[in-house]
Design a protein around this ligand. Structure first.
Ligand code: F6R
Length: 365
């Protein structure tokens, strides 16, 4: 059921305010300024002894793991490592006691993610799944888990599942943080920020007309760069993946400052750079990276906060998003990039819901 939308991908992009509300429903505990999860199957004592976390997944789910790494380390101060499931399953890394392993997967059927969870569980580590499909293989294999409650995702390109994964990881970061040093006041502030998120995403969706114009201007380019820092470094990776998979345009995501170590050689007047540069940490630094690209004649599309004359001066095209504090920012800033890939793919005559060579769930390794 397309509910009046021309494609599932567009429908699912627009469902995000609702899917985020569903991810949070019943999980924010104001009285204790924390998050609550029904299915972790761990006692508070066991949660307290966690000393390391591994987040693993593939593709877009791996990108949400990168966002989760920043979130958990910032709020809970627990060291996190992010692993491609396909690498983790064969790499046989030393894993210390008291390590908690999360498999992140929309479908719950991705062969590599499932194998990575089975292998770490076999070694005696506690494994949890962050998964959308109730009763999936991973939900059965892991010791416990958290459902996304995003509803079915039919478009092959993952959109609402990604933002829900990031949202669940933010709540986990809050939960682990409040089991440790995070104060009641900080917990309350984060709950407030999370509650504002669905409306912020709804507001970000209003950029659609602007994005369409920008897509018309650049849809014939053969390479795009996506650049961002900190919480928006994974946003850059995810924006680039969305463009690649549905429009077949080559795109690379990088931490913005890495650009001068090689990729800047790609910059010319035919290669657009998409900068994710909302106000917040490292804003000034990303601005400086934008200047470097401009000086070399590269067209710049900026995802920026409203009323930002500095960005407007440098960028050729600006897409504005509402202010969102650190933790929630990547969940807002990905929205225009989802729409950009959608509109570019349409203009190139691609089948956005069923891109060539791809399957919705990858059950072979
Ligand atoms: C990208 C995409 C894929 C999946 C990946 C993992 O839009 O959909 O990269 O994210 O195949 O799938 P799940 O999350 O089902 O394990």
């Amino acid at each position: 059921d397309l509910a009046g939308f021309p494609h599932y991908m567009l429908k699912e992009i627009h469902e995000q305010p609702e899917s985020l509300r569903n991810a949070m429903r019943g999980r924010l505990d104001d009285e204790n300024a924390t998050a609550v999860f029904g299915g972790l199957n761990m006692t508070p004592q066991q949660i307290r002894t966690v000393r390391r976390i591994i987040l693993t997944g593939c593709g877009t789910s791996w990108h949400s793991a990168l966002v989760g790494e920043y979130m958990i380390e910032e709020l809970a101060r627990i060291p996190v490592s992010v692993e491609y499931a396909s690498e983790l399953r064969y790499r046989n890394p030393p894993i210390e006691n008291d390590t908690l392993v999360f498999g992140i997967t929309q479908s719950g059927e991705t062969a590599d993610t499932l194998a990575a969870i089975r292998e770490t569980k076999r070694k005696g580590h506690r494994t949890l799944a962050i998964n959308n499909v109730v009763g999936s293989s991973i939900a059965q294999a892991a010791d416990g888990g958290i459902y996304l409650h995003a509803g079915p995702e039919i478009g092959v390109a993952s959109t609402k599942a990604y933002t829900s994964q990031c949202c669940v990881l933010a709540m986990l970061a809050l939960y682990f943080g409040r089991m440790r040093h995070l104060s009641f006041e900080s917990g309350q502030r984060i709950i407030e920020e999370l509650r504002m998120l669905p409306n912020a995403v709804a507001e970000a969706l209003r950029c659609d007309a602007t994005v369409k114009e920008i897509a018309a201007k650049y849809h014939e380019a053969s390479t795009f760069l996506y650049l961002g820092r900190q919480y928006n470094f994974p946003t850059a990776l995810e924006g680039a993946l969305k463009l690649k998979e549905i429009s077949y345009i080559h795109a690379e995501g990088y931490p913005a400052a890495e650009m001068k170590h090689g990729p800047i050689a790609l910059v010319d007047e035919h290669t657009p750079s998409v900068f994710i540069v909302p106000k917040g940490t490292t804003y000034d630094k990303v601005l400086a990276n934008m200047e470097e690209v401009k000086a070399r004649g590269g067209p710049i599309i900026a995802i920026a906060s409203q009323d930002d004359p500095q960005v407007q001066k440098i960028a050729d095209d600006v897409i504005t998003i509402p202010d969102a504090p650190g933790l929630t920012q990547p969940i807002v800033s990905i929205v225009p990039l989802q729409l950009l890939s959608y509109h570019i793919a349409l203009l190139r005559g691609c089948d956005v819901d069923k891109p060539r060579n791809l399957a919705k769930s990858v059950t072979v390794e």
